[in-house]
Design a protein around this ligand. Structure first.
Ligand SMILES: [Fe+2]
Length: 373
């Protein structure tokens, strides 16, 4: 029997919902909070100031500077900051990397967990975690995972623990309105890939299917519109809800071949996550289509993607990617034929591959990558 679907995170979604931050149950008895943001963007577009204003009456310890590929050192640094201030909640405002660092640090401080050799640093009290995404793609606000990168030893490191689900996710599409088209496209492709991977996943179930189908439909309909016009509020709302829905789906199924093959691209060529996972999406769909039983479940996926038949799926995805300005060829990411062996060999190592319905061999991975050179 498959495990039951589990989602302990309370979700508040909607335009303007950031103004309700102070009213979240996780802050009901808080006097002091830690606020974590990224390098610049949240400050530059005024998000941090607006959130500070909405946190009236609370003492705020603000830490910024989380990079786009956080390392175990970044986790260690923020965990130490968190340990050094007496606060009842940590609020992460930013993209997936900011939310991941906050989740990881709260995990270290809550029970003295010691990932990556980080010294025990129990905070000695309950610590709530609130995720406020400012991009629409990673779904990190509703997952129990966090990703870190050790670029010197060329390794991707993961934390994955049930206690890492945030207490609250506050998803306000308005906060994504200042994303430039390239970031909208790349993060949106992460969400669309996660939604597809949750649906064809060997761990899929009826609850994750519902979230995944909603995500595929919203993203297939809305991503191109959001990339073309960042001020299109309806498109921003569709993509934000699509990203959240994808997160609700893959939080329980985890990801598959696209993510597995993406990690070497990011580690060795610095390819942004959304572009790296998206580039194999059409080809992985073509392989997995055969593993998806013909019938109502496959029809529901086709309907969400907006195609008459599963055979039209890869072409539909490539068209969508082209309209969004996202590469469909490895050469456009700076990867030539000499990279195929590295990506195939290292990409097969990740356990995500075991969630893929089509059983990948090394030869199958090489062939797939060669077809998109
Ligand atoms: Fe992802």
């Amino acid at each position: 029997m498959k495990p039951a679907y589990r989602m302990p995170t309370r979700v508040l979604f909607g335009e303007g919902s950031f103004r309700s931050l102070r009213a979240l149950p996780a802050l009901a008895h808080a006097r002091s909070v830690a606020l974590l943001t990224g390098r610049r963007s949240a400050e530059e577009c005024g998000t941090t100031e607006r959130l500070r204003a909405s946190l009236g009456g609370l003492e705020i310890h603000h830490f910024s500077g989380v990079p786009s590929h956080p390392t175990p050192d970044d986790l260690r640094t923020f965990a130490a900051h968190l340990r050094g201030v007496a606060c009842e909640a940590v609020i992460a405002v930013g993209g997936g990397s900011v939310i991941d660092v906050a989740k990881g640090a709260a995990y270290c401080c809550r029970h003295g967990h010691r990932p990556f050799g980080i010294p025990a640093m129990s905070s000695g009290g309950p610590l709530s975690m609130i995720a406020v995404p400012t991009t629409a793609g990673t779904g990190a606000e509703v997952t129990p995972f966090a990703t870190f990168w050790d670029l010197s030893s060329k390794q991707k490191l993961s934390l994955d623990h049930p206690s890492m689900f945030p207490e609250d996710a506050l998803v306000d599409p308005e906060l994504t309105a200042s994303m430039p088209p390239e970031l909208t496209a790349a993060t949106g492709m992460d969400a669309l890939t996660q939604a597809c991977e949750a649906y064809w996943n060997v761990n899929a179930g009826p609850t994750s299917d519902g979230h995944a189908l909603r995500a595929v439909k919203l993203l297939a309909d809305g991503l191109v519109r959001a990339v073309r016009d960042g001020q299109d509020r309806s498109a921003r709302s569709d993509v934000a809800l699509g990203s959240l829905s994808a997160g609700l789906a893959f939080s329980n199924t985890r990801t598959t071949a696209c993510h597995s093959l993406s990690y070497p691209m990011t580690i060795h060529w610095g390819v942004p996550h959304g572009r790296a996972v998206g580039i194999t999406l059409p080809e992985v769909l073509a392989l997995n289509a055969a593993a998806m039983d013909p019938g109502p479940r496959r029809e529901a996926f086709c309907e969400a993607l907006g195609v008459a038949s599963i055979d039209d799926g890869p072409r539909r995805l490539r068209g969508l990617m082209t309209e969004c300005g996202v590469a469909t060829r490895l050469s456009k990411l700076g990867i030539d034929s000499s990279g195929i062996e590295v990506i195939a060999r290292e990409g097969l190592r990740y356990d995500r591959m075991g969630n893929n319905p089509h059983a990948f061999t090394l030869d199958a991975a090489r062939e797939l990558l060669r077809s998109i050179l």
